[in-house]
Each structure stands twice: as structure tokens, then as C-alpha cells.
Design a binder for this molecule. Structure first.
Ligand SMILES: [Zn+2]
Length: 57
């Protein structure tokens, strides 16, 4: 788990009614915080998210 704002997380769940996003590594972002958490950026991938997404197949 990492809160590093420079990492890009992989979305695990997205709650449309609240706008909250939960990443594979457990990081969360509320509506309006996506830029802070870099869910939709080209930043380096969060190593935890990357590992979990590759294992989850
Ligand atoms: Zn992550």
C-alpha cells in the first residue's frame, strides 16, 4: 500500500454514486481527488497495484 501521490494506481472498484475509487492496493480517492491520487495519469505505476493486477488473471 502506498500513498505516494506520484504513483498511478489501478482502479479496483468505483462507486458511481459517491465518486469514490478504490485501488487494488487499497488506496482510495474521493470525487475531486483523482488528480491527487493519479488514477488517470501517466505517472509510474504503483508497484502494489501492478503486482496485484498481474497476479489477478
Ligand atoms: Zn496502488
Amino acid at each position: 500500500m502506498s500513498d505516494d501521490p506520484g504513483l498511478q494506481h489501478v482502479t479496483d472498484e468505483r462507486f458511481f454514486w459517491s465518486g469514490r475509487i478504490i485501488a487494488l492496493c487499497g488506496a482510495t480517492a474521493e470525487y475531486g481527488e483523482y488528480e491527487i491520487v493519479h488514477f488517470f495519469s501517466f505517472s509510474p505505476k504503483c508497484p502494489d497495484c501492478k503486482r496485484l493486477s498481474e497476479r489477478d488473471t
